[in-house]
Design a protein. Sequence first.
Lengths: 175, 246
Amino acid sequence: MIKKIPLMILLYVINLFAHPHTFIEIYPTIEVKNNQTNKINFKWVLDEMTSSMLIMEFDQNSNNKIDEDENIYILDNYFAPLKDYNFYTNIRLNDKIQFFPKTTNFKATIEENRICYYFDIQEKYNIKDVKFDFGDEDFFVAMVLKKEFIEIIGAQAKIIDLDNDFYFGYRLELK
Amino acid sequence: MEIYNQLLKQLVLLQYEINKFISSSIRQLDDTNYLTTSLIIVSIAFLYGVVHAAGPGHGKALVSFYFINNKTKDYKNAFKIGYMISFIHAISALLVTFGIYFIVNKMFRKNFNEISVIAMDISAVMIITIGLYLLYKAIKDKNDKEQEFTNSENKSKLALAFSIGVIPCPGVMTIVLFCIMLGHFTLGIMAAIFMSIGMGLTISLAGILTVLFRKKATNMIETKGFYFEIFGALMIVCLGLFLFKY
C-alpha cells in the first residue's frame, strides 16, 4: 500500500484537470450463435448539451437531420479519430486487450435533439473469452451503460463496475 | 481504491442525471413556467457545481498544496481562495463562450479546443512561477525566521486563483452555450454564476481540510514545517509541469 501512494499521487496529478463533461449512453446489440458473437452493433447516444453544440457544426443545412455528406464529414473528422482512444472500448480476449477491429456501417443521426452514432464490428468472438470494457482513460467522456440499454440475442449479459483507479468504467460480459 | 472508485461512479452518475435534468428543463421553458423553472434550474446548477468540482480537477490539489506550504490557520483564507478561483472560472467561461458564439458563431468545438490549450499553457506557466516563488519564500523564511504574512503572500493567493481559474470550465461553458442557443441569455449567465458558486464551495473545502490538517498536526508542523512548505511548493511546480505537458 505504501509503495502505491507515490503512484496514486502521480496518477491523480496527471488526471488533475480531467473530469467528464460529455456523457455517452452505450446501447450494445449483440447476436450470439453457438457461443460465438454473430453480429455486434453499438449505438452511442450523446448528452443533449454536447449534442446541441455538435449539431451546430454537423447539421450544415439546418434540416435537423444528418445527410449523407454530413455523415461522411462526421465519420472522417469526429468518429474515425476516436480510434486513438480505442473508441472508448477495450475488447479483451482472455484478458488481453485487442486492437480495436475495423468498424463498419457508421451512421450518425439526430434523435430527440441528441446525436447518435451507430456502428458495427464484424469480428466474431467466443463469448466465454471476450469482455468489453467501456470507459475513457482521460475521463473527459463518461460512458454510461445500464442493463436496460443492452440487447443480447442468444446469450445473457452481465455488467460489472470496473475499478480503473482514476476513471470509472463498465465491463460487459456474455454468458 | 474500491471506495474511491465507487465515489467516482456515484459522482459521474449524479452529474449525468443532473445534466439530463437541466437540459430537458431548459428545453421545456415557456412563458407560463419561466420563473419557477428558472429558479429550479439555477438551484440545480449550484448542486451541479458542487458535484462537478468534487471529481478530479478544478485545482483542489493545488489549493491543498498551497495551504500545506502556507502558514495560515485561518479558514477564511481557504474560503476566499476557493471563491476567487470559481469567480475567475465563471468570468473566463462566460467571456470565452460569448466571444466565440458572437464573433465566430460556428466551429465552436475546434475554436474552444485551441483557446483551451492556450489557457492551459498560460495557467501552467503561472502555476510553476507560483510554486517557484513559494519555494524561494520557504527557504528565505527559514533563513530570516519570519512568520508573518506580507502583501506579497496576498498577491500569491490572487495569482494562484487566477492561474487555476483562467482555464474556462467546459461544464459551465456547455450550460451557457446551451442556454444561448435556445435564446435564454440571462438564464445562461445565472446558471453559470450559480454553478461557479457551487464549485467554489467544493474547492474551498479542499483548502479548509488542509488548514484543519495543519491545525491538528501543529506539533509536527512546528518541527518539520520547513519540509512541509518545500513539499507543497515542489508539488505546485510539478502540477504546473504536468499541466504544461497535458
